[in-house]
Write a protein of this length. Structure first.
Length: 214
């Protein structure tokens, strides 16, 4: 067992954990927990987020919902739902996840089964590079089409192309808006507060959409 501490999360890594043992641990831990689990073919990582981690996570979620409102998109927030594939022996509980294109397919579901249900359309991870596991590969194997990573003050956007994530500056989910600009607004929240930043971001989105229409 290896335990590490970062500024944003506490981590515990357990190795040589069988799928059956993982399933038992998952059931014993229950859903009412702060920790998030990632499992990759025998290696289990348990993360307990700290305040900075959750601050940026919730801030990005606010901006995603602003985008949904301004673009008239339905968004189902799936949070840190446990997404698992026993056949792949891989499991992920994202920092945040969202159904957008496939929102209608899961709207009234109380449980997601990736053998029959689609993966989330968008996953957000905070400080992804701090993980001991290759979460890029895990999410790619689960078929998540879009991944946002916030790390060291920078938000990066990745699209799944031919089984690999490719970094890009815009998002097909959100009308090709230059979402690399989100980093600027996240930084702005430290100067003027969350609500002021949110208003400025909404105005920016409206300006971008007006420009695109013209």
């Amino acid at each position: 067992m290896v335990t590490t501490r970062t500024l944003s999360a506490q981590r515990v890594v357990l190795r040589n954990i069988s799928w059956q043992t993982f399933e038992t641990m998952l059931a014993d831990m229950g859903e009412d927990r702060a920790s998030r689990l990632t499992y990759d073919r025998g290696t289990l990582e348990i993360i307990t987020p700290l305040l900075p981690h959750e601050y940026w996570n919730r801030l990005i979620e606010r901006l995603i919902f602003v985008l949904g409102e301004e673009l008239n998109l339905e968004i189902l927030p799936a949070g840190s739902t446990t997404f698992k594939r026993e056949d792949l022996r891989r499991v992920a509980e994202p920092d945040s996840s969202y159904y957008i294109q496939n929102e209608a397919r899961v709207r009234n579901k109380s449980e997601i089964d990736l053998n029959s249900d689609p993966p989330p359309d968008l996953v957000v991870e905070i400080d992804l590079t701090s993980s001991s596991l290759d979460k890029f590969q895990i999410y790619a194997s689960l078929g998540v089409p879009e991944l946002w990573r916030y790390d060291e003050g920078v938000l990066r956007i990745y699209q799944l192309q031919q089984g690999q994530y490719v970094e890009c500056s815009d998002s097909p989910t959100f009308a090709q808006l230059p979402l690399n600009e989100i980093t600027r607004f996240l930084e702005e929240s430290q100067r003027i507060g969350v609500m002021g930043m949110t208003r400025n971001f909404r105005n920016w989105v409206r300006e971008q959409l007006a420009t695109n229409r013209n």
